[in-house]
Design a protein around this ligand. Structure first.
Ligand code: HEC
Ligand code: HEC
Length: 275
């Protein structure tokens, strides 16, 4: 027993050392335990998947499918290993899952590919393509050892973002704007278009209006454990007001047909929303 936990612990150290140093946020306590990467081609696929999650906009394999300035890790902090912020830990254990949005039971691969169309405002990579399978492999690896509990209600894993309550909330964009200037603008720019390593929050290079974060409640719920980095102390009302302010700005419109590839490159689009 003792040697087992030591082994796990070593695995964490090894992986922590391999994590990217740029744009890391969160704190040590929200860092999850991750098993060692296996050898051979499977390990290579996991590493490739992690690279794609980190460098979605620039990696030659994912770049053709990316449509804005966001990498998966811009929202799935620390490549999805931060337990508090839209984590990938355990996620694979929840799929296949029922998706109210697609009105179908979807696989984890579907869920990943749909993020390219919405949060990344890009094109859906083909089912079974290298880009898709590597990200799937990486995320599945992050669920190693977790018991499968398929989700009958929503396509979300066992550690979803706690949702901020909207009960009694009246959005106040003036308060949101004020807070934005004080807490966010230094990194994301007064115009919200991002600066240097800090991604845009609205405008043509941000997530489109079909993304989860385009909903005020979801954005506020993501902000609370995530932003500002190292100072995550927004109250529910502050997070909601900032979210209302951010989402009052223009961003790309989601029209499904602009994001689906040619039928021949699609496999089958596992959804009924275009019917
Ligand atoms: C603009 C922010 C954003 C970007 C960029 C983004 N996502 Fe997401 N994604 C989210 C949010 C928010 C959720 C919902 C998390 C929650 O409610 O717990 C989510 C959910 C998911 C889920 C389901 C998680 C679960 O618990 O079942 C997967 C898988 C996923 N995203 C993969 C990706 C991949 C792969 C990329 C890059 C190609 C990506 N996402 C890009 C914000 C984003
Ligand atoms: C110290 C700089 C810094 C501050 C201050 C900051 N952010 Fe961020 N923000 C980042 C970085 C860096 C990322 C990308 C995360 C990564 O790559 O690890 C990010 C990502 C985001 C994202 C998801 C990606 C996107 O562009 O949509 C949102 C939304 C966001 N920040 C909102 C805010 C809000 C709201 C505040 C103020 C409450 C804030 N941030 C304060 C640096 C900052």
């Amino acid at each position: 027993m003792r040697s087992f936990s030591l082994f796990l612990c070593m695995g964490v150290l090894v992986v922590a050392a391999e994590l990217p140093s740029i744009g890391q946020v969160g704190n040590a306590s929200s860092q999850a335990k991750i098993p060692p990467i296996p050898g051979g081609a499977l390990g290579e696929s996991i590493r490739l998947g992690r690279d794609l999650v980190e460098k979605t906009t620039t990696h030659p394999l994912s770049k053709p499918y990316s449509g804005n300035a966001l990498n998966c890790t811009s929202c799935h902090l620390k490549n999805g290993t931060d337990l508090q912020a839209a984590t990938f830990i355990g996620v694979a254990s929840a799929y296949p899952a029922w998706s109210p949005r697609e009105r179908r039971v979807i696989t984890l691969e579907d869920r990943i590919l749909n993020c390219f169309m919405r949060s990344c405002n890009g094109k859906r990579p083909p089912l079974g393509s290298e880009v898709s399978v590597s990200i799937l492999t990486y995320i599945t690896w992050l669920s190693s050892g977790q018991p499968i509990r398929m989700n009958p209600d929503r396509p979300l894993g066992p550690n979803p973002l706690p949702q901020v309550s909207l009960a009694g909330f009246k959005p106040d964009q003036n308060k949101g704007s004020q807070l934005y200037s004080e807490r966010c603008a230094s990194c994301h720019g007064r115009n919200g278009l991002g600066r240097r390593m800090n991604p845009p929050l609205w405008g043509e290079r941000s997530y489109n209006d079909g993304a989860g974060l385009a909903e005020v409640q979801k954005l506020a719920s993501w902000l609370k454990p995530s932003m500002p980095p190292e100072e995550t102390d927004l109250t529910d009302d502050e997070a909601l007001n900032i979210a209302a302010f951010i989402n009052s700005h223009d961003r790309p419109k989601f029209r499904l047909k602009d994001h689906l590839p040619e039928k021949s490159e699609l496999g089958e689009y596992n959804s009924l929303i275009d019917k």
